[in-house]
Design a protein around this ligand. Structure first.
Ligand SMILES: [Fe+2]
Length: 371
């Protein structure tokens, strides 16, 4: 499927020589389709904030590898389901909220919070029809700190065993996870492949060139800015720029005083990033969702903690939006560069972009091989 020369061995060998994935992997619908089954339907995917599931009947919805999903708090705790009615496959729940039962808005088939079908109008006389044969399809739903994930793979290891260590690293930033509260969700989409967007997130080689405001707040010099790879997540740590505190350098675009003394940018395989900036407690959980090969739909769930005033929150959102707008210009241009397929391979600088290499290794291992 990936072409004559694209065995896993050859792709990995090319990567270790500094050659990136072929351009076609960013434009080909067959690759995007394979990513859904090989990556997204076998991984823990972020859906939303645990704080929105505090009370019985609270629910949140989202998508996992193109499949509509709902997570609900029932009497027995959190439960995840494919959010698709067993009747005509209309989506059952919308957005988030609280409900005593989950009723499909098409023909009023009604499921309890455990997913059992309780009512299907006019089904009484239907031969051979039994309500108990048509529950919502169950999926795994688990939490990592303040975040809720789902997995369509019943056999996957628990989310805590995959990503748990990232919570310890976040705690070292000065953020108290239990104090974080969800503030708002920002949404957007870009005309670029999801991998191109994440590869941009995964290096700060471009920061000094493309992000002047960001680089006034965060020390992006190669001897200060650190990269760490872990098995299923990676971490970038950028110290607060000292001149941002003393006022002797370029003025940072928001108030960087506060208990969080460093930036942390985490990537959780395959498509969640968690961004923390220096200042008062702030955390954004950003999801990068492919919609075919050349569109990425994303959202950012913003959380804030103690000491973050409305003015700080406004300036932090503006800061993140500015960086995202600068990044969008870059990745939009990269996508235009990839469409023509020339040059077919890019050339990495492994020392400056170790996390991009690690990401492409994971992509290759997931995509190439036996079905
Ligand atoms: Fe950037």
């Amino acid at each position: 499927m990936t072409g004559r020369s694209d065995t896993v061995t050859e792709l990995l060998a090319n990567l270790e020589r500094g050659e990136s994935l072929p351009a076609r992997w960013y434009t080909d619908p067959a690759i995007a389709e394979r990513e859904l089954t090989r990556i997204f339907r076998q991984s823990w995917l972020y859906v939303g904030a645990l704080a929105h599931l505090a009370n019985p009947g609270d629910y949140i919805t989202g998508y996992a590898g193109g499949v509509p999903v709902v997570v609900v708090r029932g009497e027995a705790g959190l439960a995840g389901f494919v959010n698709v009615c067993r009747h005509r496959r209309h989506e059952v729940m919308k957005g988030r909220g609280n409900a005593r039962m989950m009723m499909c808005g098409y023909h009023a088939w009604t499921y309890d919070l455990g997913g059992q079908l309780r009512r299907a109008p006019r089904s009484e006389g239907a031969p051979g029809f039994r309500l108990e044969d048509f529950p919502l399809l169950p999926i795994r739903a688990e939490t990592l700190g303040p975040l809720v994930f789902v997995n369509l793979d019943r056999e996957a290891p628990p989310v805590q065993s995959v990503f748990g260590e990232v919570l310890d690293i976040i705690a070292r930033s000065g953020i108290v996870l239990d104090d974080l509260e969800p503030h708002s969700r920002g949404e957007g989409n870009s005309p670029a492949n999801w991998k191109a967007m994440l590869e941009n997130y995964l290096e700060c080689y471009h920061c000094a060139v493309a992000h002047p405001g960001f680089s006034a707040a965060i020390d992006v010099r190669p001897d200060q800015y650190r990269y760490e790879t872990h098995e299923w997540f990676s971490t970038q740590i950028g110290p607060l720029k000292q001149s941002a505190l003393t006022g002797r350098g370029k003025v940072p675009p928001y108030d960087v005083s506060g208990p969080v003394g460093e930036a942390q940018y985490h990537f959780l395989w395959p498509n969640l990033t968690i961004s923390i900036n220096p200042g008062f407690p702030n955390l954004s959980a950003e999801l990068w969702v492919p919609d075919g090969p050349v569109v990425t739909r994303g959202f950012s769930d913003r959380f804030f903690g103690r000491g973050a005033t409305e003015a700080f929150i406004r300036s932090m959102i503006a800061f993140n939006n500015q960086v995202a707008a600068e990044d969008d210009l870059l990745t939009d241009s990269v996508q235009r560069g990839l469409v023509g397929g020339l040059p077919d391979r890019g050339r990495f600088l492994p020392n400056a972009e170790p996390l991009v290499l690690d990401f492409q290794r994971k992509i290759i291992r997931a995509m190439v091989g036996e079905d």
